[in-house]
Write a protein that binds this ligand. Structure first.
Ligand SMILES: [Zn+2]
Length: 77
């Protein structure tokens, strides 16, 4: 099974992008975001769009897909 094939079926399980993102957040972080740049988990801010986070420690932005196979996929999250 190729990675693309898996992704296709993975995204088919979710009715929309939002549901998929929430699932990923829970699976990756158990709903407590951790900065993929510096591993800080203490102060993470969520932007109003709900998709982007900012780390108060290194001040870098990230998404739940940062550093995963989803980051370079064509699917917008
Ligand atoms: Zn950080």
């Amino acid at each position: 099974m190729s990675e693309k094939y898996n992704l296709f079926y993975f995204f088919k399980q979710f009715p929309d992008e939002d549901a998929c993102r929430k699932y990923l957040e829970k699976r990756r972080w158990n709903n407590s975001p951790i900065c993929p740049h510096c591993c800080n988990a203490q102060k993470i801010y969520r932007y109003k769009n709900g998709k982007t986070f900012k780390c108060a420690h290194c001040l870098k932005q990230f998404k739940v897909t940062t550093g995963t196979i989803f980051e370079n996929s064509n699917i917008s999250l």
